[in-house]
Design a protein around this ligand. Structure first.
Ligand code: HEC
Ligand code: HEC
Length: 282
C-alpha cells in the first residue's frame, strides 16, 4: 500500500499535478428534502482493504455538497424533468410511451438499488440502460437511445430518483458471480501509460488531493451524477471511461462486458450506502 502511494505520488508529479492531503468535512450529513441519506457505513464483507465505505458526497467541498441538499438547487433535477417528458412521450410504431405500460416512474421504486442485475431471458447482466432500450425496441417499436447521451441519462436518472434514500444492495452471487469476479479483477488490474488500477486511486489513496479534486472511493450510488465540470448528467460507464482516459489507458467499450462487470463490482462496493441519484459532483 505504501508502495502504491509512492507510485501514485511520483506519477502525478511527473504529470505535473499537485498532490497534498487535506481533510473533508467528516461530520457533514446529507439530508435531501428532509430525507436523511446514509453516506458512510460499514464496508460490505467482501471488501478486504476498507472498513468503512463513503459516498463521493463526503469528499466534496461544502458548496458542492449544498447543491445536492436541495432539489431546487440540484442542476441534475432539470434533467430529471426532461426524463419525465420523455417518459410520457409517445414514440415508435406501437404508439406507446413508457407511461402507457408503467404508469408513473414510481413503479420502479427500489430498482436502482439492485442494478445491475441478471436478466433471465437475455442470459446476461443488465444495466438500467438495457431495460430502457429493450422496452423501446420490443415494447414500443422505437429506436434505442444512445448510452451516455442526455435522453438516456435523463430517463435513467428519473428511474434512479425513485430509490433515493434506499439502501444499495446489488446481488453478487448466483448467475452474476462470474461477471462480479471479472469486475473485481478489472478493478485491481493496472492499465494505461500510468500503469494504474482503479484501486490505486480509489482504494489506496482516497482522501488525497489531486489538483483541486479530493479523491473519493469511486462509488456509483449517486449515478447518473451531475458534474459541474461538464454541466450535464454523467452515466456510470462515461465516468469509468473518463477515469481510464486520465491514466492514458484505452477505455473499454461503453455498454460492453468489461464496463458492465466493473459496474456490478463497483456497485457492490457501495452496498449499504443510500442511493443518491441524481448526485452532484465537480
Ligand atoms: C489517477 C487516479 C484515478 C484512477 C486510476 C481512477 N480514477 Fe476514478 N476518479 C479519479 C478522480 C480524481 C475522480 C474525481 C474525484 C472523486 O470523486 O474521486 C474520480 C471519480 C470517479 C468516480 C465518481 C465518484 C462519484 O462519487 O461520483 C467513479 C465512479 C470512478 N472514479 C471510478 C473509477 C474506476 C472504475 C476506475 C478504474 C477503471 C477509476 N475510477 C480509476 C481518479 C482516478
Ligand atoms: C408495451 C408496454 C411497455 C412499454 C411501452 C414500456 N415497457 Fe418497460 N416493461 C414492460 C414489461 C412487460 C416489462 C417486464 C418484462 C421485461 O423486462 O421486458 C418491462 C420492464 C421494464 C423495466 C425493468 C423493470 C424491472 O423490475 O426489472 C424497466 C426499467 C422499464 N421497463 C422501463 C421502461 C421505460 C423507461 C419505458 C419507456 C422508454 C418502457 N419501459 C416502456 C412493458 C413496457
Amino acid at each position: 500500500m505504501i508502495f502504491a502511494k509512492k507510485i501514485l505520488t511520483t506519477l502525478l508529479m511527473i504529470f505535473g499535478l499537485n498532490v497534498s492531503t487535506a481533510s473533508a468535512d467528516e461530520s457533514a450529513e446529507l439530508v435531501v428534502e428532509g430525507q436523511p441519506i446514509l453516506t458512510k457505513t460499514k464496508a460490505p464483507s467482501h471488501m478486504e482493504n476498507i472498513d468503512e465505505v463513503r459516498s463521493g458526497w463526503t469528499f466534496r467541498i461544502k458548496e458542492t455538497q449544498a447543491l445536492q441538499m436541495d432539489d431546487f438547487e440540484n442542476p441534475g433535477m432539470i434533467f430529471v424533468d426532461k426524463g419525465i417528458d420523455l417518459w410520457n412521450k409517445v414514440e415508435g410504431s406501437k404508439n406507446k410511451s413508457c407511461a402507457s405500460c408503467h404508469g408513473d416512474a414510481s413503479e420502479f421504486k427500489g430498482l436502482r438499488t439492485i442494478m445491475p442485475k441478471w436478466n433471465v431471458s437475455a442470459g446476461a447482466l443488465w444495466s438500467m440502460e438495457d431495460h430502457v432500450n429493450n422496452c423501446r425496441t420490443e415494447q414500443m417499436g422505437a429506436e434505442p437511445l444512445k448510452w451516455g447521451k442526455a435522453p438516456m441519462d435523463s430517463i435513467v436518472a428519473l428511474i434512479g430518483l425513485q430509490s433515493r434514500g434506499m439502501t444499495m444492495s446489488v446481488k453478487i452471487d448466483g448467475d452474476v458471480q462470474p461477471m462480479w469476479e471479472l469486475g473485481k479483477e478489472l478493478f485491481y488490474t493496472r492499465v494505461g501509460q500510468l500503469d494504474m488500477s482503479c484501486a490505486n486511486c480509489h482504494e489506496d489513496n482516497y482522501g488525497v488531493m489531486i489538483r483541486a479534486d479530493h479523491l473519493s472511493q469511486g462509488q456509483i450510488n449517486g449515478f447518473p451524477t451531475y458534474r459541474l465540470k461538464n454541466a450535464k448528467l454523467n452515466s456510470i460507464h462515461a465516468r469509468f471511461k473518463g477515469c481510464m482516459k486520465n491514466i492514458r489507458a484505452t477505455p473499454y467499450k461503453v455498454g460492453g462486458d468489461e464496463f458492465r462487470a466493473l459496474e456490478l463490482y463497483v456497485a457492490s462496493r457501495g452496498n449499504g450506502l443510500s442511493a443518491e441519484t441524481p448526485s452532484v459532483r465537480n
